[in-house]
Design a binder for this molecule. Structure first.
Ligand SMILES: [Ca+2]
Length: 213
């Protein structure tokens, strides 16, 4: 019975330790746009650093795309990119899951999601950082579909303590069209071995309390 209760407690610890990491303007609802309107002025996309600063090569669009989150999506043409360096840093023994929606604005295209550690982010490009994981998907439907990029940090390494950057780029293939992204979310969950260690710690604490009583 006690083991059963301990298992329930361990499960509760695991669930409560799933950490949502804050991403500014994660669904591209800033700025507010009228139906069908675009934002691609020389001004940077709110909250995001991007490559193109004067043209229609990346931006935010109040589209009618099926499956979008809220009103707006972000778009990128060819190898234009947008990225955000977060205030959170990579922690050891965590599984990071980047969830996002991806679609297309017409024709064939593909887009890439990336997770970077450290470096300096300027105009959508990370310099001096380490690319930890990436996911390239070719789109065959006009809907905004869910995708995930997963990366687990080891117990030690150069990425631990480095700022997290999430980055999205358009296709690099000539002749392909715009790609769309939306509803970007990042979560961190302790690795199972970390959770077991935490559970062992809780059991030891419970035993110590019982011994004192
Ligand atoms: Ca949105």
């Amino acid at each position: 019975m006690r083991l059963f209760i301990a298992c329930i407690a361990l499960g509760a610890v695991a669930v409560s330790h799933a950490q949502a990491i804050s991403i500014t303007n994660h669904s591209f609802e800033d700025p507010t746009l009228g139906s069908g309107s675009f934002f691609y002025s020389p001004t940077q996309m709110p909250g995001w650093s991007s490559t193109a600063t004067g043209g229609a090569d990346r931006g935010i669009w109040n589209t009618t795309a099926t499956g979008k989150d809220g009103n707006n999506i972000a778009f990128a043409y060819r190898n234009n990119a947008f990225a955000q360096q977060l205030s959170d840093v990579f922690v050891a023994n965590r599984t990071y899951t980047l969830d996002y929606l991806q679609g297309r604005t017409g024709g064939t295209t593909r887009g890439t999601a990336e997770l970077w550690a450290g470096g300096t982010l300027t105009n959508g490009v990370v310099s001096g950082g380490t690319l930890l994981a990436s996911n390239t998907v070719q789109m065959s439907s006009g809907t905004m579909d869910p995708f995930s990029l997963v990366y687990s940090t080891p117990g030690s390494g150069s990425m631990i303590g480095q700022p997290i950057t999430v980055r999205f780029t358009g296709t690099t293939v000539s002749g392909e069209s715009y790609v769309s992204f939306d509803n970007v979310r990042l979560n961190a969950v302790p690795e199972p071995m970390t959770m077991v260690a935490m559970g062992a710690g809780l059991l030891a604490l419970a035993r110590r309390r019982r011994a004192r009583a």
